[in-house]
Unconditional design. Structure first.
Length: 218
């Protein structure tokens, strides 16, 4: 049954991809063990949605799981945790429904977010030092050593200082009337785009630093 479902899914994916990747999809499709009414994927019907596969409850459940995995990945990025390192995670839920749904899908969360130990509990104290996020009614905690959090805070502060210097340098350029009048328009536009990128990056770094300070405050 699993093989039949995988074959069906691959067949539909190839049909949908064919307009964008005609040669590769044709080659793969020709090798599938299917009863082919048409000699080419080019003239096979495009897949259509089937209502019998609609499952709002499953969609809602998987949506929650995806959001939690995304939040955990964001925490890893914000705290500069190497991809190979696994973390511990604690999920505090408000009801048995969310608890059961997350426990059913704990392997997906662990594997896709690189989580070593995952606990899903209704009543639990927030760890003393932890990165924190909220997804719907679920509070996410990733316990961390205070020293690591402090180290990351110092790194972010240095990055912010570097970005501030870059913003100041570009700002002085853009406020220089001689530069604006003599430089080609595309060069001026490039500097303006650079300034906008630096400011966006500064905002992101400051947001991450704020989260670290909140984690250190307990």
């Amino acid at each position: 049954m699993t093989q039949i479902i995988l074959l069906r899914v691959l067949d539909d994916i190839l049909r949908m991809l064919h307009p964008f990747m005609p040669f590769v999809t044709e080659e793969i499709w020709q090798r599938l063990p299917l009863a082919k009414e048409n000699g080419s994927i080019m003239v096979t019907p495009f897949p259509k949605p089937e209502e019998r596969f609609d499952d709002e409850e499953a969609e809602e459940e998987m949506g929650l799981v995806i959001e939690i995995i995304t939040a955990l990945r964001n925490i890893r990025g914000e705290m500069n945790i190497p991809p190979a390192d696994q973390v511990d995670a604690l999920l505090r839920v408000k009801g048995k429904g969310d608890k059961e749904r997350l426990q059913r899908n704990h392997l997906f969360i662990q594997n896709l977010a690189r989580v070593k130990s995952l606990r899903v509990l209704e009543r639990v104290q927030k760890p003393p030092y932890s990165a924190f996020a909220v997804v719907r009614n679920v509070e996410i905690f990733v316990p961390m050593d205070r020293s690591k959090i402090e180290e990351e805070g110092k790194r972010l502060q240095k990055e912010i200082s570097k970005i501030e210097k870059e913003i100041d340098f570009v700002g002085r350029k853009l406020s220089n009337e001689q530069f604006l009048s003599k430089a080609p328009p595309d060069v001026v536009q490039e500097e303006r785009e650079k300034a906008a990128q630096y400011q966006a990056l500064q905002g992101k770094l400051e947001e991450n630093l704020k989260k670290i300070r909140e984690a250190l405050s307990g």
